[in-house]
Design a protein around this ligand. Structure first.
Ligand SMILES: [Zn+2]
Length: 212
């Protein structure tokens, strides 16, 4: 006989397991990234392409979900063989999503030459931003900027980045006063051609050349 499962109690369980877990009902065919929650062990039997941590089933790969409600099995099939995941040494491109004095968060949407359908989260610490001492991350990048970086380590699916190279850094930045694209103005830094505002960034050598 099949055990009746109250969806609300499953949800409560999931919330109890992890307060910040973005738990949502899954359907077959959804694209998921490594580390995305798929359900709880009360609800499903974890199958290929998944792993379990603290009672929650997560995807191990970039792929599509297959949820077998009849047999209560959840699996993830890789979208492509060797689907792209950042590795130590990978050159990645992403959009800066938030900036604090010490660190910036980056939504990685490209690994090497491969555009991703989803994104990975990268973190850039102020000490890894440039060779010379940098007091504030706000002199390196601002939210909305497009940045090229190298992955230096990976822990718990958080990718730590560096921009300590001429080829790395912001490739597109936007004026924090009017939102227009900032232009490189030699040693003066970046300037907005609409409002004249001058801003600081750690730019890549090919800043503004359209190479992403
Ligand atoms: Zn402006």
């Amino acid at each position: 006989m099949e055990r009746f499962i109250d969806p609300l109690s499953v949800h409560k369980f999931a919330v109890g397991v992890s307060m910040d877990l973005q738990f949502q009902k899954r359907d077959s065919g959804q694209i998921v990234l490594p580390g995305e929650p798929l359900g709880v062990i009360e609800e499903f039997i974890p199958d290929a392409g998944t792993y379990v941590k603290d009672g929650v089933i997560y995807s191990k790969v970039v792929g599509r979900t297959l949820i077998d409600y009849l047999n209560r099995r959840v699996s993830v099939f890789p979208i492509t063989r060797g689907a792209k995941v950042p590795k130590v040494g990978s050159i990645v491109v992403g959009q800066v999503s938030s900036v604090q004095t010490q660190l910036a968060t980056v939504r990685i949407f490209k690994i090497g030459k491969h555009m991703l359908s989803g994104f990975f989260t990268g973190v850039l610490h102020v000490a890894d931003a440039q060779l010379r001492f940098t007091e504030s991350m706000f002199d390196v990048c601002k939210p909305g900027d497009i940045i090229r970086a190298k992955v230096i380590s990976e822990k718990n699916r958080m990718y730590h980045l560096t921009t300590k190279d001429k080829s790395l850094g912001v490739v597109y930045a936007f004026c924090s006063k009017c939102g227009d694209v900032l232009q490189q103005r030699g040693r003066r830094g970046l300037q907005c051609s609409r409002c004249g505002n001058i801003e600081k960034r750690k730019t890549a050598i090919d800043y503004g050349k359209g190479i992403i």
